[in-house]
Design a protein around this ligand. Structure first.
Ligand code: HEM
Length: 489
């Protein structure tokens, strides 16, 4: 793609135009109203408060602002109104209890179109198309249906243990393979076994491409300067911004597993899975237009939302077990006592393995992988606790702030499963559900995710001891874990 290309220039013009609109919007005066905006830092023209944000880990800034301004904080970012909800109570009040008004997302149509993200319903605006997706999820991924995938999840968890035992140094690849294999099975009835697998390679490449493009920084840049999507793909370091290349990867990511599923269906070999179930249940619907494309896209969205999240949490689990051996020892002692040495834990054991349950919850809490949740947006203006929230305002649930709240979790940076027990030894009611989101947009894959995570943790703890690496002389190699959490918009 050359800069001489007329399309590039028209985009450049559009980009500059968009920048000017953003500047004018950013400079506009706040409306004079009776109700005040929630408290927050003072903005400067154009940037708003962008210069005060830790842009790679914004949740750290939000959490610091909580100390200064409170549970509900208002700021501006290049003219965009943003409200941060720093506590579970505020997030439940606004996003759960008023979900009819707070289930929208920011307008990201430029990114959607330039990078081929239309399938990615996670960022779909609140409306009929989004409702059609949620109808599919409600019919084909609810809790009782998620249970039917458990045997496949157990089998893959046992494979994960075998892989970890054979080549522990490749633990990250094994974990990623596990989470991908579960989601491929659940969504497409695709069996990922040993060796090369074209479908697996294609979807991994697609997700990696998405991870680069769907970041807050890139979204902001491309929204203001749409011509960036025409950066030549071969340019080192920044060629990944090329829209056409990304579109190709994502189209392949959506089509490869779905085409394979359709072949299975037509040859009569498909077992129960989300894709086949949705095609079957909605085939005669007149309520959803072009339902086949919708199902194809829904499958792509489920895969891209489900693979990395599960993998990241299991990576956090491995880190926690390495750094906090006492928690590992207690969970293993419980499994030995309750399950015994002759078999691996099964889902039926879950209620009896209370310490393991606490390890599971503490893993979600300790280093939540979606530290600033996924932002919602207000459909209409609203008043919350006397504060004005404007129409179109982006509303961020600060999951990091909730999970590291020292008033609720003492020594929050310590991995301490014991915090989930009441004095009488029973588990409390804090299930860390807030990591799965809020209101009408709550994660539809949470039942599948919970089953995958629990089974992997139970199987690993029942079979392996996780400890720090030793060098050739048998000395422990100490390491300083670096914590980085992928941002979501
Ligand atoms: C493993 C841990 C997972 C976590 C922590 C997680 C978390 C989340 C969060 C925070 C949201 C946004 C909710 C909101 O807007 O308030 C979300 C949305 C979503 N998740 Fe998950 N998720 C996980 C696994 C999965 C899996 C396995 C799947 C698919 C099988 C999945 C599919 C989705 C989809 C499709 C949405 C978009 C919902 C919408 O916008 O209406 N997730 N998830």
């Amino acid at each position: 793609m050359a800069l001489r290309d007329p399309a590039t220039w028209s985009s450049l013009t559009l980009g500059v135009g968009a920048a000017l609109v953003v500047v004018r919007w950013a400079l506009r005066d706040r409306r004079q109203r009776d109700e005040a905006y929630p408290p927050g830092p003072s903005p400067i023209p154009i940037l708003g408060n962008l210069h005060q944000l830790d842009t790679t880990q914004p949740w750290l800034t939000y959490t610091a602002w909580k100390e200064q301004y409170g549970d509900v904080v208002y700021f501006r970012q290049l003219g965009q109104d943003v409200v941060v909800l720093n506590t579970e109570e505020a997030a439940e009040d606004v996003l759960d209890n008023r979900s009819a008004n707070y289930s929208d997302r920011m307008d990201l149509s430029i990114i959607f179109n330039s990078y081929g993200m239309k399938f990615f319903m996670i960022l779909e605006r609140y409306g009929d198309v989004w409702r059609a997706y949620r109808r599919l999820f409600q019919q084909c991924l609810r809790q009782d249906i998620a249970k039917t995938f458990r045997p496949a999840q157990s089998q893959r968890a046992h494979e994960l243990v075998e892989n970890l035992a054979t080549t522990p140094e490749q633990f990250y690849d094994h974990i990623r393979r596990y989470s991908a294999s579960v989601v491929l099975k659940v969504v497409y009835d695709h069996d990922l076994r040993g060796g090369e697998d074209d479908v697996f390679n294609t979807v991994l490449e697609g997700v990696d491409m998405m991870n680069k493009t769907v970041t807050p920084a890139n979204i902001l840049l491309v929204s203001v300067f749409p011509f960036l999507q025409y950066i030549p793909a071969w340019l080192p370091g920044i060629g990944w911004r090329n829209g056409a290349r990304c579109r190709k990867f994502l189209t392949d990511m959506i089509n490869a597993p779905f085409d394979a599923l359709e072949k299975h269906i037509s040859s009569g070999y498909a077992n129960g899975c989300f894709g086949a179930d949705a095609l079957e249940k909605f085939r005669d619907t007149d309520k959803i237009q072009d339902f086949e494309t919708l199902v194809r896209n829904a499958c792509g969205a489920l895969y891209s939302a489900g693979e990395e999240t599960t993998g990241s949490i299991l990576t956090v689990f491995m880190l926690a077990m390495t750094l906090f051996p006492e928690a590992q020892r207690r969970a293993q002692e419980e499994i030995d006592r309750v399950v015994g040495p002759d078999r691996l834990p099964d889902y039926e054991d879950r209620a009896s393995l209370t310490y393991l349950e606490a390890v599971y919850r503490e893993t979600l809490r300790w280093k939540p992988t979606g530290a600033q949740g996924i932002a919602h947006a207000a459909v209409n203006e609203d008043i919350y606790k006397g504060y004005y929230i404007p129409k179109g305002c982006v509303v961020i649930p600060n999951v990091w702030g909730m999970s590291q709240n020292p008033d609720k979790y003492s020594n929050p940076s310590t991995f301490m499963p014991e915090r989930f027990f009441r004095p009488d030894g029973t588990l409390n009611d804090d299930k860390i559900d807030y990591v799965f989101g809020f209101g009408r947009r709550v994660c539809p894959g949470r039942h599948v995710a919970t089953n995958s995570l629990w089974m992997a943790m139970a199987s690993i703890l029942a079979s392996l001891k996780i400890e720090k690496v030793k060098d050739s002389s048998g000395n422990i190699v100490e390491f300083e874990p670096e914590w980085f959490c992928a941002t979501t918009m």
